[in-house]
Write a protein that binds this ligand. Structure first.
Ligand SMILES: [Zn+2]
Length: 149
């Protein structure tokens, strides 16, 4: 592979998907080793060292997290709860029909936005993420589009 980092020309680059999945499995491994460290009596040292590796792995993995699709249910629930809270605790005029219509309008707008986002905005983001690499030397994230040369 003759791909290099565009910033520092390092060949030590990794696909984001690889970093992301490696980070996830690393978290599981470190959590199990912390238990062994505790039973060996070196509780403080064991926990300190494992938590450091866990955090650094998580940070790299978090930076490599793929773009997510917009969820429908959670924001709608949040809007609904806001609506209930506003009706119970808010000023009186918020309890009228106008506010109910506004709440319904916001919900419909959200569904439209999420639908458009998932259909049009998300696929190119995901495709770019699939072709994205992170440099292990300078931590730069960049897109490498495979070219037939
Ligand atoms: Zn680099």
């Amino acid at each position: 592979m003759d791909y290099v980092c565009p910033a520092c020309k390092s060949e030590n680059i990794q696909r984001l998907s690889v970093i992301y999945e490696a980070g996830l499995s690393e978290i599981n491994t470190t959590s199990s080793t912390s238990g062994i460290g505790g039973s060996c009596g070196s509780f403080g040292g064991g926990v300190a060292s494992t938590s450091t590796t866990g955090i650094s792995q998580t940070a790299a993995s978090q930076r490599a997290t793929p773009p997510e699709k917009q969820s429908y249910l959670k924001p709608l629930l949040a809007i609904y709860i806001l609506h209930i809270v506003a009706q119970v605790f808010g000023p009186k005029f918020w309890g009228g029909h106008l506010f109910t219509y506004a709440w319904m309008a916001v919900s419909v707008l959200w569904v439209c936005f999420a639908f458009q986002y998932n259909k049009k905005t998300w696929p190119p983001l995901k495709a770019a993420w699939d072709d994205s690499y992170m440099c292990n030397r300078c931590n730069k994230i960049f897109v490498l589009i495979p070219t037939a040369t």
